[in-house]
Design a protein around this ligand. Structure first.
Ligand SMILES: [Fe+2]
Length: 225
């Protein structure tokens, strides 16, 4: 591991996105989720097998709305196989959100999900997968700062709450989760392939590629004042 990298950490992506436009979508997305709650039972969010606390719930209560659907059976390792993913029927409910997503620095996009919980329950701390060389290029974002989302170093127990609207983070060498918030909470994650211009700014390490967001975050904090 690069000695510069520290956990918990995340790369704040607010400087790379249109935060005002994103925040303006808050009521729009919330209202459409509420409407959907009355009609459909969305797929439950599964944390995956890599929980910090083996007794914590794998199905913490959050639900997923897929804005894109895979042509094949979903496999976690296909998130960024952009040729497999096509816009879903659900995406038709969120045209303004889809227009916003089109402004993000992706050359191509794969899986896109809205993760929501109408009663803001906690999301158990988990890792997304256990392949350190697999670095998913994604943008996690939210229209408000309501969802108390954090990164956690399992060795020290140190927790770091995300304070930005948008972030990219290491999903393998640290844990992430959410505290309970009461009320509707939601966030969006878009996976894909970053544009070349965006990629050029990222210090991808030769080893443990999944730590790239944390290495990038460390570089930023070492810029002399
Ligand atoms: Fe996750």
């Amino acid at each position: 591991m690069n000695p510069q990298v520290h956990y918990p950490s995340y790369k704040d992506l607010d400087p790379f996105i249109d935060v005002d436009r994103l925040r303006a979508l808050d009521g729009y997305v919330a209202e459409r989720i509420e409407r959907r709650l009355q009609k459909a039972r969305d797929l439950a969010f599964y944390t995956g097998p890599f929980l910090l606390d083996g007794k914590a719930p794998h199905l913490p209560g959050s639900r997923l709305i897929y804005l894109t659907k895979s042509k094949e059976q979903e496999n976690y390792y296909d998130l960024d196989r952009t040729d497999l993913w096509e816009r879903s029927e659900e995406a038709e409910l969120f045209p303004d959100l889809m227009d916003f997503i089109a402004t993000l620095p992706f050359r191509a996009t794969g899986r896109m999900i809205i993760m929501y919980d109408d009663s803001g329950r906690a999301v158990s701390a988990h890792k997304d997968h256990d392949s350190p060389e697999l670095c998913h290029e994604f943008i996690w974002f939210r229209t408000s700062l309501r969802k108390p989302f954090y990164m956690l170093n399992p060795e020290t127990g140190e927790k770091l709450h995300v304070s930005s609207n948008a972030a990219w983070f290491d999903t393998v060498n640290q844990y992430h989760g959410a505290d309970a918030s009461g009320g509707l909470s939601f966030s969006i994650r878009v996976d894909g392939i970053f544009t070349d211009a965006f990629r050029r700014q990222i210090p991808f390490p030769a080893e443990n590629r999944s730590s790239a967001p944390s290495l990038w975050a460390a570089e930023e904090s070492h810029i002399p004042a």
